[in-house]
Design a binder for this molecule. Structure first.
Ligand code: ZN
Length: 212
């Protein structure tokens, strides 16, 4: 446990819960049980004409968000171990949540192209992340995270804590929020997959900096 600690600034209560985090699979089960989907959208790709993806937004209790996003056993903690471990964790959470999300869409959003949505989620570049300011597509998915105003680390794990990079200034923070997003992959009509150059090395970026 020495390799992953937290700064005093996040408080004793959060720290002790985070240090007692269960295994990743158990965190994912908690999300599956607690999540409340708020909206989903089909979003066109700015970088490649003819490609679009599905984006689902959901809420979880802050304590669950914290375990998932900030604990050593969580999502980013998996990428910290290796890109490979992170990608496996990503696949595990996407495949656990996808049927629940698609079922929600079937009941609540008849306009959504279900075939695109299913294909978009069932593609390697589908991913989970927090909800950033300015990224909303309706009033329900207004973001709740913005760039930090300082570089002070909250996650103390040496690599993210000490890296001198704007991504590491973000990645070493431990935001305690409640909204998560599942982004499907960008697909065209033929279900070719598009990944922008910026995101091609996402796994490596999160491994190095905690952020992409
Ligand atoms: Zn929305």
């Amino acid at each position: 446990m020495i390799g992953w600690q937290f700064s005093d600034t996040i408080g004793h209560e959060r720290t002790s819960a985070l240090l007692r985090a269960p295994a990743f699979d158990e965190i994912v089960e908690t999300i599956a049980r607690e999540m409340q989907v708020v909206c989903c959208h089909q979003q066109e790709c700015d970088d490649a004409k003819g490609f679009s993806r599905v984006v689902f937004n959901f809420r979880v209790p802050c304590t669950t968000f914290d375990l998932f996003f900030n604990s050593e056993h969580g999502y980013r903690g998996s990428y910290y171990l290796s890109s490979h471990t992170g990608l496996a964790a990503n696949e595990a959470v996407i495949s656990r949540l996808s049927p629940l999300l698609l079922q929600w869409a079937e009941q609540h959003d008849s306009a959504l192209d279900q075939r695109l949505a299913a294909g978009s989620l069932d593609s390697p570049s589908a991913k989970v992340w927090l909800s950033e300011f300015g990224s909303h597509l309706c009033k329900h998915c207004v973001g709740e995270w913005g760039n930090p105003s300082d570089e002070a680390p909250e996650v103390l794990n040496r690599r993210w804590e000490l890296a001198d990079s704007p991504n590491a200034y973000r990645g070493r923070k431990a935001p305690c929020l409640s909204k998560l997003k599942v982004f499907g992959a960008f697909l065209n009509d033929r279900h070719d997959e598009f990944v922008s150059g910026r995101k091609r090395h996402r796994a490596r970026d999160i491994n190095a900096w905690g952020w992409s």
